[in-house]
Design a protein around this ligand. Structure first.
Ligand SMILES: *[C@@H]1O[C@H](CO)[C@@H](O)[C@H](O)[C@H]1NC(C)=O
Ligand SMILES: *[C@@H]1O[C@H](CO)[C@@H](O)[C@H](O)[C@H]1NC(C)=O
Ligand SMILES: *[C@@H]1O[C@H](CO)[C@@H](O)[C@H](O)[C@H]1NC(C)=O
Length: 802
């Protein structure tokens, strides 16, 4: 006691300081605004409400000195991440603007001149206080504590966990990156109860998600639940009443998340990294950005370079350099109706404009389709594709242009005959070759305008793939049921497999045993299994692959197969079916006549130049399809001459794709924990333990085309005379060729190409192949081109003879 008495003045001082500190922090951390109180822009920092656990803040968010928004944001994120705004389209001025909870229970935002910029519709509700909750919801409560108004009912572009999206509510994107004004992309429940993404722009409106080419059922949705409610829970699971659902790739509790309708038309789920305070994408709706409608505006075409970009077709130019949404304008007068003799049509391959057809005609010849457009003043282009029969679409408006190598048709632009076309058709033509880095590609093409897209993480892609996998597993399971019901007649079996896919079916083991005459004729043997020749009951020749023990797990096996079975490209060996019975796992492929590339390259029976180029191009097309165009993103992981089969016309067909997917499943932790591949063709990533991306195939492809040019195995080990160290032939080859090119030795090409061709080859094609090959085998995978880029480059010199 004495002790304390002695120090009494000090003790009191400490007490005073502490209590004032407590008061200060109380006023800073308040989460309630009482009736009659207000928040002002002045001292914006101390004038905000903070939720009890500190997650969310609510107050004025300012840009510059003269624009303020009454908003809610994540307190923790590195940059203030706004999740709600009262006045997104009408910022208030700095000094004197204030938000008040008035005596009548209405929350009002007043600008400096006294005008009401925004108010809550809570008149006569008797609201006595406003409160920011830990969920990020700003609520008004009456004297009994009941919520009479909440910001969760008026979302802007973001949905938070436990906030529900219901009938009449929508998320609307911002107009620009970093801006807040209302933009054009919407997430909402459509009148048929389906959750959709809509581009609602100044000129057009267009639905783009789920895939508008499929119906509701095919997209895995239902129209029959009219409750129209969707919600993200605290574990990162999203569930919608139309049966759409997904999980965050980091599903689990304790992570802050938001679902945002982004300015670029993609709907993304983000998780906050609690160390770096930045947002990671853990799910997104659009795997392929070019399928977002309205992105490139009127007449614009979206292409992958590999990142999505917009460009203008020949005869058109950019409307507004600063705004890609505004698209391209014609260099000629569109209002003049061209007479048939004044018209020329320009063919643009791999391009389609989605929607806005003047008419759609089936079973029509190209000539008639052309005539339809020629004679119709409203027609600016037509699309023609052969899908068994000729299909013709004439277009009155050109929107939603996409260029992908998987598109089977072409667009024909109607242009005045006297219009001179300058520049290139494809965005990649000028200056872009395999060696060009991304930056070069951007600079090299004047008519391209950039879209700043986010690079999607692989983690996300795999989560996406697995979501699809689940849906497909269900579909497959129903097909399976048809297939193996005991009382099935063969006709029923046919029905059943039609449900899965028209080409793909299950076989019984005894069926395949019979087809291969008890596995008599062996065609080849590899890491994944042995291949036998067989003849099916319908007399089709097949190659049957018996898989080794690594392919276990029936459900995963079936799920992956349903993906692989849908892959269909002329440069990929077609899979016709499979068998999964007890321990047996077999795959049934089309039989390819002409052996694999190695037997046509490293033997006396070697290919001529024309065939070699054809093989290089076809293989690139097949890989590009696997990598980019299928949603599933299959990485081959074992590209080599042995896996490139040639048909009777020497058209290459890639074999063994999708097996990496089949075997990696069931391995813990990593999608690619098992090394797959063949020495000499494997990218350095495998050894360096880096994540495996599609760029490993680009590397292997590079080795293959260099071998095609040189005509010898570059994947063999050799001992160099100079340094006596064993190394892969390829390393020496690359070093030598690079040096010769650098030193400007004119003869480098001649010394590089297979001497057995005796000079019978196209110099420009050979040069391109070597250039492409060298850039594909870059150690740094970021310097390697994508397969889609390779296809473009090779297509450009396809017709060169010199
Ligand atoms: C406020 O508006 C919403 C719809 O916009 C309505 O459901 C609600 O009843 C309104 N509240 C009041 C108190 O008027
Ligand atoms: C409709 O969806 C809601 C929300 O997902 C669900 O609770 C309800 O059971 C569904 N109703 C029917 C009939 O399926
Ligand atoms: C960060 O998040 C992880 C879960 O992702 C959690 O286990 C960890 O405790 C969190 N750390 C902090 C400091 O909150």
């Amino acid at each position: 006691m004495r002790h304390l008495q002695d120090h009494k003045p000090w003790f009191l001082l400490v007490l005073v300081i502490t209590s004032s500190l407590v008061q200060l922090s109380c006023s800073k951390n308040q989460n309630v605004l009482d009736r009659g109180a207000s928040l002002s822009v002045k001292d914006a920092d101390s004038n905000s409400l903070i939720s009890p656990d500190g997650s969310f803040s609510c107050g004025f968010y300012g840009v510059g000195t003269n624009a303020y928004w009454f908003s809610i944001w994540f307190t923790d994120s590195r940059e203030k991440t706004i999740v709600w705004m009262a006045n997104r389209d009408k910022p208030v001025n700095a000094r004197g603007s204030e938000l008040a909870l008035k005596k009548n229970g209405v929350m009002v935002l007043k600008d400096v001149d006294g005008t009401n910029v925004w108010e809550s519709n809570s008149t006569s509700s008797g609201a006595v206080k406003a409160e920011i909750l830990d969920t990020g919801n700003l609520v008004l409560r009456d004297h009994r504590g009941f919520i009479v108004w909440q910001s969760f009912d008026y979302p802007t572009d973001t949905l938070l966990p436990s906030q529900s999206l219901t009938k009449g509510k929508k998320l609307v994107s911002s107009l620009k990156k970093g801006g807040f004004a209302t933009g054009y992309y919407n997430l909402y429940f459509d009148s048929d109860n389906v959750l959709r993404l809509l581009y609602d722009g100044p000129e057009i409106t267009s639905l783009y998600w789920p895939n508008p080419s499929f119906d509701v059922f095919q997209n895995g949705r239902t129209k029959y639940n009219s409750s129209r409610i969707a919600e993200l829970d605290n574990m990162g699971r999203f569930l919608s009443s139309d049966q759409f659902q997904f999980n965050a790739s980091d599903a689990g509790s304790g992570i802050k998340r938001r679902l945002t309708m982004d300015y670029d038309g993609n709907l993304r789920l983000y998780s906050l990294d609690n160390l770096t305070k930045v947002w990671n994408i853990t799910w997104e709706a659009m795997a392929q950005m070019c399928n977002v409608h309205g992105l490139c505006g009127r007449n614009g075409i979206c292409t992958y370079t590999p990142y999505p970009k917009c460009y203008c077709p020949p005869g058109y130019e950019i409307s507004d350099q600063s705004d890609w949404n505004s698209g391209c304008k014609a260099k000629f007068d569109l209002s003049i109706c061209l007479k048939p003799e004044e018209v020329k049509f320009l063919e643009v391959p791999y391009v389609d404009y989605y929607g806005f057809d003047l008419n759609y005609t089936r079973s029509v010849t190209f000539k008639d389709c052309r005539k339809l457009c020629l004679e119709d003043c409203r027609c600016y282009a037509f699309s023609y594709r052969l899908a068994g029969e000729g299909v013709c679409f004439t277009k009155g408006v050109l929107f939603n242009g996409v260029q992908t190598t998987s598109f089977p048709g072409k667009i024909y632009l109607k242009l005045p005959k006297n219009l001179t076309l300058s520049g290139s058709v494809l965005p990649l033509e000028s200056g872009a070759n395999c060696k060009a880095s991304e930056a070069d590609v951007k600079v090299g093409t004047a008519s391209m305008y950039d879209i700043e897209f986010k690079k999607v993480k692989w983690a996300y892609l795999y989560s996406f793939v697995s979501t699809i996998g689940v849906i497909e597993l269900l579909i497959l399971a129903s097909g399976w049921w048809f297939l193996f019901r005991k009382d099935d007649t063969p006709a029923r079996v046919e029905d059943g497999y039609l449900l899965i896919s028209s080409q793909f079916r299950g076989f019984t083991f005894s069926e395949l045993k019979k087809a291969t005459k008890k596995f008599k004729v062996e065609l080849g043997r590899g890491g994944s299994g042995t291949v036998y020749k067989g003849i099916l009951a319908d007399e089709r020749e097949v190659a049957v692959k018996r898989l080794g023990d690594i392919f276990t797990g029936n459900e995963e096996f079936l799920a992956e197969l349903s993906t692989i079975g849908k892959i269909n490209h002329m440069n990929l060996v077609r899979m016709w079916g499979f068998c999964s019975e007890g321990k047996h796992r077999l795959l049934v492929y089309e039989y390819i006549e002409n052996l694999s590339l190695n037997t046509h390259l490293f033997s006396s029976n070697f290919l001529g130049w024309k065939e070699r180029f054809k093989v290089a191009l076809g293989t690139a097309k097949g890989l590009a399809y696997l990598h980019d165009e299928c949603l599933e993103w299959v990485i081959h992981c074992d590209v080599k001459p042995e896996n490139i089969l040639l048909d009777s016309e020497f058209e290459p067909k890639i074999a063994d794709f999708g097996l990496a997917k089949l075997s990696q499943r069931g391995m813990p932790n990593s999608e690619f924990s098992r090394i797959r591949g063949t020495k000499g063709y494997m990218a350095p990533e495998w050894a360096l333990n880096l994540p495996i991306t599609a760029k490993v195939d680009v590397y292997s492809y590079g080795v293959v085309i260099l071998e095609i040019v040189k005509g010898i195995r570059l994947s063999n080990w050799v001992v160099d005379a100079d340094n006596q160290e064993p190394e892969v032939e390829l390393a020496r080859f690359v070093r030598v060729v690079r040096r010769k090119i650098l030193c400007g030795e004119e003869s480098w090409l001649e010394e590089t190409v297979d001497p057995r061709l005796q000079g019978n080859y196209s110099k420009s094609q050979a040069r391109k192949l070597v250039e492409v090959g060298l850039s594909c085998v870059e150690e740094d995978r970021n310097k390697r081109p994508t397969m889609a880029t390779v296809v473009q480059i090779l297509l450009d010199c396809e017709d060169d003879r010199q």
